[in-house]
Design a protein around this ligand. Structure first.
Ligand code: NAD
Length: 235
């Protein structure tokens, strides 16, 4: 039997953290050794050691940290991974320019993967947007994203990544955000020309897709050489 990949889940009590803990136990080859959240006021999963963020340094040895938290919680967990030589997978959105630079710096020491969206569908949508933007010079490009009312950042990290893909291929995207109900995540990328329009849409109906993608990335990243990996590198 091969040794399991030891995981630290950061942001464990959140919507994504809870999905990650539940699904990690179903996936062979992964073992959660630490669940970290702001305060240990609720234990998410029995049998998993829980830590408050103030106790992060006391976490046991781990191979990969998976972080789905908030920008204000991000720096210490990245620093811990760099210090210990552990891999880092993060889906936290709304990061500052300095935090993006910290990722770049850390990638010289550890393997890491940050993605605004861990679903397979959005990875494909990204490719479709690149193709459409390159093939439709001069068309208007509009990105409309919809999420639940408790989402803090806008436009979403995914909308900005899709916009960057369009921009790299000559389009000038505009953004609109909708915050309503319990929408898990929807992204519409619309290309409009004279007398015609293309609409590319992705709808997430369950956040397990993001958690599964992040667990898959963690399993694939453990033991790789240092570097900044993209989701398509580990699919
Ligand atoms: P949430 O608010 O439900 O959970 C946030 C978690 O962060 C909680 O466990 C909380 O305890 C922890 N936290 C907050 N402040 C902290 C601090 N100062 N120190 C330590 N921990 C702290 O949020 P969520 O819906 O689970 O989303 C988390 C992040 O993941 C958001 O940035 C969201 O945009 C992003 N997200 C990304 C993807 C993707 O595929 N990349 C998918 C869904 C959500």
């Amino acid at each position: 039997m091969t040794t399991p990949v030891r995981l630290l889940i950061h942001g464990a009590s959140g919507r994504m953290g809870q999905a990650l803990l539940r699904l990690a136990t179903e996936r062979p080859g992964l073992q959660v050794v630490a669940a970290v959240q702001r305060k240990v006021d609720q234990r998410v999963l029995d049998g998993v050691p829980h830590f408050a963020s103030s106790e992060l340094a006391a976490a046991p040895a781990f191979d990969v940290a998976i972080d789905f938290s908030l920008p204000e919680a991000f720096d210490p967990v990245l620093a811990l991974c760099a210090e210990r030589g552990s891999a880092f997978v993060s889906g936290t959105t709304g990061l500052s320019g300095a935090q993006r630079e910290a990722l770049e710096t850390a990638s010289a020491r550890i393997p890491l993967l940050w993605a605004s969206n861990f679903s397979l569908g959005v990875a494909i949508l990204d490719e479709l947007v690149e193709r459409a933007a390159a093939a439709l010079p001069g068309w208007d490009c509009d990105i409309v994203e919809s999420h639940h009312t408790r989402k803090k950042d806008a436009p979403s990290g995914t909308a900005l990544s899709l916009g960057a893909a369009a921009e790299r291929n000559g389009a000038t995207p505009r953004y609109a955000s909708i915050r309503a109900g319990d929408i898990v995540g929807e992204h519409l990328v619309q290309f409009s020309g004279a007398g015609e329009r293309i609409e590319l849409v992705h709808r997430a109906t369950n956040r397990d897709i993001f958690a599964r993608g992040a667990l898959h990335a963690a399993a694939r990243l453990a033991g790789r050489p240092p570097g900044a990996y993209r989701l398509r590198d580990v699919l």
